[in-house]
Design a protein around this ligand. Structure first.
Ligand code: DAH
Length: 408
């Protein structure tokens, strides 16, 4: 009769360490050790019959059995690893195998931990064996990995055709926008005349955009159709003229400034309109400034910008913040004033609005109109860029197509 009993066993097989079900009479060893090996654990009866003699021989040294078992197990593990590596049909599967055997929680690592159960005198040899097994598995994995790489490359070479005779792609550097080029030109001209370049906010108080510029509450220019209001008091500035008021309010006189910047109007996009465009404001305040100074300044500006032959014409106009006001035309730089397609046959091209600063504006901005006078002007930047570079559609300026931009 076979008696099977569960006992504390210092030996183990695989991950069964700790306790094992063993057949006592067969496996009782000296000093109360019990031995168990795989076949025996799994099927004591079979073991008893077939392997009795063999096993008895093996069991003669208590902890030596573990060393021997470790050898068997390492061999078995290496065989299994080899099989898995050979069968892996993808790098992912190969990686799974790596994790299963060599990973932190992998089988080989577990084996390394179980070295403590091996007799101290056997540990170096068994330890070395574990390392050798690791190296063997690693080498097999490396071979397999290289194999996968090679196959992948072959596959790529087969499917991807590279024409080495094609010219290389040129790396292109950016290009300044026509607006920027035109603005720098305008700035250069005015800085040359002693002007300062200042900036103002794009989100502005209605007070600065309108009231302080002598545009009272009921003025049609306040119509919401024209302007993007944020609330009753705040809007996206519809002109750069509020920078005039902001500069005057600072009270530092005299003033000689230009203020370029973005402005907004509730306009539909077409060849000559955009809801967002740019203006350059100009303002001069000093003692004894007259309309003659304005004329001289803008004539010089036009000659610098469009060529020394350029003539200017001041047409009376109305702006609430200047009195008198004018619009300025320049002689067509294409036909010299004879009339062409560019100037629509008139020989003149309108470029800006201007005038002497209204005394109301000076007063509202804290300047005594009896002591100081001044002039102001406003130029559309896009208008200058379109004219200078003979561009016939404003939309081209906003599309940022590199093929278009690089022409200027
Ligand atoms: N702000 C005006 C506009 O947007 C342009 C302008 C006209 C500005 C006359 C001025 C000026 O400073 O004096 O149409």
């Amino acid at each position: 009769m076979l008696r099977v009993k569960q006992v504390e066993c210092p030996f183990f097989y695989g991950n069964l360490g700790g306790t094992a079900v063993i057949f006592r009479p067969l496996c009782r060893l000296r000093d109360g050790f019990f031995a168990c090996i795989k076949d025996y654990l799994y099927n004591p009866k079979v073991l008893l019959r077939k392997k009795r003699q063999e096993q008895l021989l093996l069991f003669t040294q208590e902890r030596g059995i573990i060393a021997m078992e470790m050898k068997d197990r390492l061999q078995e593990l290496a065989n299994r690893a080899k099989r898995l590596i050979e069968e892996a049909e993808s790098p992912e599967k190969l990686n799974d195998a790596r994790v299963a055997f060599l990973g932190k929680k992998g089988e080989l690592t577990a084996m390394l931990k179980s070295l403590r159960d091996v007799a101290p005198e056997d540990r170096p040899a068994v330890g070395q064996l574990v390392n050798e097994t690791r190296e063997r598995i690693e080498a097999m994995m490396e071979d397999s990995r290289k194999n996968f790489e090679k196959k992948l490359l072959e596959q790529k070479l087969k499917t991807e055709v590279i024409d080495v005779t094609l010219p290389a792609k040129k790396s292109r550097i950016g290009h300044r926008h026509p607006n920027s080029i035109a603005l720098e030109e305008v700035e250069r001209i005015f800085i040359g005349m002693g002007y300062e370049v200042v900036e103002g906010p794009e989100v502005e108080y209605a007070d600065y955009n309108f009231t302080k510029l002598n545009i009272p509450e009921d003025h049609p220019a306040r119509d919401e159709q024209d302007t993007f209001f944020i609330n009753d008091k705040i809007l996206l500035r519809s002109q750069t003229s509020p920078v005039q008021a902001r500069t005057m309010e600072k009270g530092i006189l005299p003033i000689r400034m230009i203020a370029p910047g973005r402005v907004f109007r509730s306009d539909e996009v077409d060849a000559t309109h955009s809801p967002s465009f740019h203006q350059i404001e100009g303002l001069v305040i000093d003692k004894h400034i007259t309309f003659a100074d304005l004329k001289g300044t803008l004539e010089e500006f036009a000659r610098e910008l469009f060529g020394p032959e350029t003539k200017t014409k001041f047409r009376p106009h109305h702006f609430p913040f200047t009195e008198p006001s004018a619009e300025v035309d320049v002689s067509c730089f294409k036909c010299g004033g004879k009339g062409c397609r560019f100037c629509k046959g008139s020989g003149w091209i309108e470029i800006l609005g201007c005038g002497t600063v209204h005394p109301n504006v000076l007063r509202m901005c804290g300047i005594d109109p009896e002591e100081y006078t001044g002039f102001a002007f406003g130029v559309g930047l896009e208008r200058i860029a379109l004219l200078k570079y003979e561009i016939d559609d404003m939309r081209l300026l906003y599309e940022n197509d590199a093929r278009f931009l690089k022409q200027f």
